[in-house]
Design a protein around this ligand. Structure first.
Ligand SMILES: [Zn+2]
Length: 171
């Protein structure tokens, strides 16, 4: 069907009447010529209207209506698919955003992990230093205890000597 076909008919307004095809029952698929101003509510329209095709038979009407309905269903399917594509695109954008945030967090976590490991190593070094100091202090403590014991022994010996001297009446 060549919808662009021209019949070169001028309406009362002096312009070419365009060829149209009705998609409504009961003349579905039937072509007609109509004044361009036909649907404008004005006194200036000539109200020209003329069928190009003869009336459609019952089979043609049924088939035409089926085609129109099928076309509308397909249009709806296309619209639904467009919406689904938009939804998928939005989901894709959202997921990409989430992945970006997660990657940033992963980087931050990695940096913190490095800091913790560095800190941990520093703490271990300090702990070794403290252990070494502790060992050294323990050594000093032992020496001090030995000195105290020696001093105590000296005092005891001196006391015993004094007791002996007193006993002998020397002091
Ligand atoms: Zn007209």
């Amino acid at each position: 069907m060549n919808i662009q076909e021209h019949f070169n008919v001028q309406c009362g307004c002096g312009v070419e009447a365009p060829l149209r095809t009705t998609l409504t029952n009961p003349n579905v698929g039937r072509r007609f010529l109509e004044c361009v101003n036909y649907k404008i509510l004005s006194d200036n329209t000539c109200k020209y209207f003329d069928w190009v095709d003869p009336p459609t038979c019952e089979r043609g009407k049924d088939f035409g209506n089926w085609i129109v309905k099928k076309n509308m269903d397909l249009d709806k399917d296309v619209e639904d698919l467009r919406k689904q594509i938009l939804h998928v695109k939005k989901t894709d954008t959202d997921l990409k955003g989430e992945i970006r945030v997660l990657k940033e967090r992963e980087n931050e976590f990695g940096q913190k992990m490095e800091q913790w490991q560095k800190r941990n190593a520093e703490l271990r070094v300090k702990m070794e230093e403290v252990k070494a100091k502790n060992m050294s202090l323990r050594g000093g403590n032992k020496a001090m205890k030995e000195n105290i014991e020696l001093a105590n022994l000296k005092v005891k010996c001196f006391t015993a000597l004094v007791v002996i001297l007193v006993g002998l009446g020397i002091v």
